[in-house]
Design a protein around this ligand. Sequence first.
Ligand code: FA5
Length: 341
Amino acid sequence: MQEKFDALKESAKRELESISSSKFLGELKAKYVGKNGEVTALLRGMKDVPADKRAEFGKMVNDLKVEVSTLFDEKEKQLKDKEMQEKFDSEAVDISLAGKVNKNGSLHPLNIVKNKILDAFCGMGFEVFEGPEIDTDYYCFQALNIPKDHPARDMQDTFYISDNVLLRPHTSPGQVRTMERKQPPIKILSPGRVYRADDDASHSPMFHQIEGLVVDKGVSLCDLKGLLDEFVKIMFDGDTKTRFRPSYFPFTEPSVEVDVTCCKCHGKGCSLCKGTGWIEILGAGVVNKKVLEMSGIDSEVYSGLAFGLGIERITMIKYGISDIRTLFENNVKFLKQFNRR
Ligand code: FA5
């Protein structure tokens, strides 16, 4: 009997040795110690064993079962350890390899300058209001005291979608839309894209403006000058000079234009500033009473000041950019220069 038991144990050992994956283990275990396995079958032969030998026989079969099960448990542990190690090896990361550096994006110089301008004015109590880029003839011109066939329309020739609807040539419609909705005191900025039939080193067909409007009791040209002087001080370094030049806009009276010294020639005169030494950054003035009245503001009680500045021109002056077109070419080498933290 003992020989039979030993042979069974040897056979289990041999079969276990030939197994190289834990997934075949379950089937083999069932063959020996499962419900219908060979060791379990020995117990069924108990009935043929003489009664006085049964206890001893039963103990021997149970011992064999424990021994064979232990062989399987050890093999299972061995295979699982080996498989785990193989998994670790195949998923290993080589920490000595050079890493991949993520390229960080950065703000476009126009956005850097736009944010700086908004910050400067918001610090003086202005709120931001954005109007539509496609607007009507009424808001772009008529409500700003530029009736049909007025010669001032030529200065802002633009792109029409239909007789009455156009790409706005300036952000001044923002003035009208604000005054129609809100009674004074008003202190708003209206930034956005604008469009004109222009194209040279300092004029782009699409560019960005920021409109400013203040309406309250007793607002005057002195307030406008003080406000813009403060703005220029915040935006430019000490060497930049400014000048206020009388000008004409149908929607302001009196009107001015503000120039700063040319970024390329520093006032000597060059092709960028057309030999004048100055670059215009904004138009401004005291809001025409007719415009206040058309927008529902009592011009006997209130007065206003307004300005419209070009973000591209201010960016060019701040960073010494001599051609406006470089701002729209999206040349990464050029844009990287502004990526300073
Ligand atoms: C106007 O657009 C007036 N709406 C500004 C204004 C607002 C005046 C409120 C009075 C009261 P002007 O056409 O001058 O004005 O344009 C204002 C600024 O936009 C200019 O000073 C300049 O900085 C910029 N600008 C004008 N045309 C271009 C262009 N084609 N490309 C880039 N910047 C431009």
